[in-house]
Structures are given as C-alpha cells and as structure tokens.
Design a protein. Sequence first.
Length: 116
Amino acid sequence: QVQLEESGGGLVQAGGSLRLSCAASRNILSMSTMGWYRQAPGRQRELVASIIPSSGSRVFADSVKGRFTISRDTSKNAMYLQMNSLRPEDTAVYYCNANIYGQDYWGQGTQVTVSS
C-alpha cells in the first residue's frame, strides 16, 4: 500500500502558474506508474500526465501538452506537476495516482481554480 498527499492547489488567474506536489509514503521506484488526474464538476476523471518513476518516461494529455510538465524526485519520494499558461478550463480537483502492480492508489485531491 501507499499513501499519497497532494499540495499546491489554489486560485490563480488565467495565464498564471501553479506547481502541484504529491508526497508518497514509500519508495516511488516501487511503483509501476504515477500520474496526475483531474475531475471537473459534472465530468469524468481524466488523465493529465503520467510518469514511470524508474525511467522518467512521460505521457501528457493533448489538452496540456506544451503547458504542463510532470517530474519526480526519487530522493524525496515525490512527484510534481508544473502547470503554466493556465486556462479556466483547467479548473478541477487534481488527484495524485500511483499504480503498483495493477492496483491504483489515490490522494485526496487538491482544488485548482483558474479565473478568467
């Protein structure tokens, strides 16, 4: 098992930036993948970006390519999402995810609100 805790959400104006952090309770190199998902009101949860902790290989949703960057720090057992050029449509609750041998684990989520 693993506990995940997000931080860094908040209110920002369109065009601004935020950095989300996800702290894991165990060595992230033991995880198959880690990722950031988001869920806006009335919409399904969607993948924003994912990373393979061991290799650093990354995947991004088309809607955030060129604006968001995902990274990890294996020495801190942490994952980050740098969000630049934020848009009102990025407003959502952002969740940290870890997959360990097919089992998904989730953080409690952090709210990101982008005002126009």
